[in-house]
Design a protein around this ligand. Structure first.
Ligand SMILES: NC(=O)c1ccc[n+]([C@@H]2O[C@H](COP(=O)([O-])OP(=O)(O)OC[C@H]3O[C@@H](n4cnc5c(N)ncnc54)[C@H](O)[C@@H]3O)[C@@H](O)[C@H]2O)c1
Length: 464
């Protein structure tokens, strides 16, 4: 089966970049990304490529090549669903904030709405692809909903989880370690799998395209994120031990990372992981294990989250105790708000929680981030409901210049590992700060010796 038209529901951090690359590499397939969010679609269609709603290195070039040729962004959801032979569901699956499974289970209401919408409008057979990260066995629920249409339309459900990392999304898509496609093991299922394999084979070697049963595919995505996050929490746990013993976590990470059984990646100690996925996917895994009565499995993975929360809190508390046990009325500069460099995404960013704890201690915070807009920073803080919007606005300011952020500050906290932070004139920054001038490097990116020579009191995670 040769696919000619694809519709992707959800023009977010996954749907946008993924479909842009699929369209770029398959000029013969018409790819339309649809979303209920009109502003988002408008931004995807913006003439000025700096205004795309997602910032990713290399994305604007891909969009420039494919948009208007065979890549389209639209709010016409029903028409595009009906016309496509293959429909990707790439909507958000946040942690539930209500009812059974509150704060743990994935909220599948957006996915279910998509399935119902597809069932309502489809007049021809469709391959429906789960691109969103979903609890294992969700494909069954989607199939049950789709099969209730009663109008003779046949559906095949595939699981095709996305492994891209924000900040390197285009590179991850263009040179994927692997693509995973799970499908039914029947003749029709295998035909659907092959149709999707063909799309990826336009640019990836066949051996990088894995096919499995649906449940393995769904569970592999949750497992991959759990393993990655576990490495971060593991090295962060060791960072606290380093601070108490005089060991240096960077040296320990290097020493263990050179063991080929361990490997060097994801061993950088930090203020804690963020992002929209790690926490929610582990909580989801914990919830699934608990629901199946597998309490030991659930407790094991929950510890990864507990350690991460501890690391963020520990970072904030260290700032308070080092600044002579009070930050009340003191200005603290935040360098970075995004959850990692090279993205404008702030979901679950450690910066939000560190700021919240410091604001509780009556600190005044000045934030500079090269890509995050002020409105987003206030939205993140207000969502915690710790204090009123007016109080957040009064205690935290967002500036568009790093030197201004650091002026008159008692301390600087580095929350994101943006490359540009290493290139600043640190002597100039030091001269404008209150003394003693402290730097708390939550990402271990600054040059310790250089800062100390200037006069800074420098603290990095994982070093006594
Ligand atoms: N962000 C990542 O790095 C990443 C990586 C891998 C997998 N994932 C998974 O991919 C999925 C999407 O993540 P994201 O970061 O792109 O989310 P996102 O919030 O950026 O985008 C989701 C989009 O779906 C739209 N949407 C929701 N319901 C809709 C509906 N019924 N019809 C049309 N549009 C609808 C929303 O308006 C939003 O624009 C999630 O399940 C996530 O876990 C994310």
């Amino acid at each position: 089966m040769k696919i000619k038209k694809i519709c992707c529901i959800g023009a977010g951090y996954v749907g946008g970049p993924t479909m842009s690359v699929i369209a770029d590499k398959n000029p013969g397939i018409q790819v339309t990304v649809v979303d209920i969010n009109e502003a988002r679609i408008k931004a995807w269609n913006s003439e000025n490529l700096d205004e795309l709603p997602v910032y990713e290195p290399g994305l604007s070039e891909v969009v420039a090549r494919a948009r208007g040729r065979n890549l389209f962004f639209s709010t016409e959801i029903e028409k595009n669903i009906d016309e496509a032979e293959m429909i990707f569901i790439s909507v958000n699956t946040p942690t539930k904030t209500y009812g059974k499974g509150k704060n743990m289970a994935a909220d599948l209401k957006y996915v279910e709405l998509c399935a119902r919408q597809i069932a309502n409008v489809a007049t021809s057979d469709k391959i429906v692809v789960e691109k969103s990260t979903l609890p294992v066995r969700t494909a069954q629920a989607i199939k049950t909903i789709l099969d209730q249409t009663g109008n003779g339309v046949k559906f095949q459900i595939l699981s095709n989880p996305e492994f891209l990392a924000e900040g390197t999304a285009i590179q991850d898509l263009e040179q994927a370690d692997r693509v995973l496609i799970g499908g039914e093991q029947s003749a029709e299922g295998k035909e659907a799998i092959q149709a999707l394999v063909d799309i990826y084979a336009a640019w990836l070697p066949q051996e990088n395209i894995l096919t499995t049963n649906v449940w393995s595919s769904e569970l592999s995505k949750l497992t991959a994120n759990a393993f990655l996050a576990q490495r971060v929490s593991s090295i962060n746990a060791i960072s606290e031990l380093c601070e108490a013993t005089g060991a240096d976590v960077s040296e320990v990470a290097k020493a263990i990372g050179m063991d080929s059984r361990i490997g060097p990646k994801f061993l950088k100690a930090s203020v804690g992981f963020g992002g929209s996925c790690f926490q929610k996917d582990i909580l989801n895994l914990v919830y699934i294990a608990k629901s199946l009565g597998l309490d030991n499995v659930a407790d094991y993975w929950e510890q990864v989250i507990i350690m991460n929360d501890h690391q963020k809190k520990r970072f904030a508390e260290n700032i308070v105790s080092t600044l002579f046990n009070t930050v009340s009325g003191k200005k603290i500069a935040f360098l970075g708000w995004a959850f990692k460099k090279d993205t404008n995404d702030t979901r679950e960013s450690a910066a939000i929680y560190v700021a919240d704890l410091l604001l509780e201690e009556q600190a005044e915070i000045q934030v500079y981030d090269p890509k995050v807009k002020p409105h987003q920073i206030y939205t993140d803080l207000n969502a915690l409901n710790t204090r009123t919007e007016e109080e957040n606005k009064a205690q935290l300011q967002v500036v568009n210049n790093p030197y201004e952020a650091c002026k008159d500050a008692h301390a600087i906290a580095v929350l994101t590992e943006w490359d540009e932070f290493t290139t600043y004139d640190w002597k100039r920054i030091y001269d404008t700060m209150k003394k003693p001038a402290f730097v708390f490097d939550g990402r271990k990116i600054l040059k310790e010796e250089e800062l100390k020579a200037i006069g800074f009191e420098y603290y990095a995670i994982g070093k006594a």
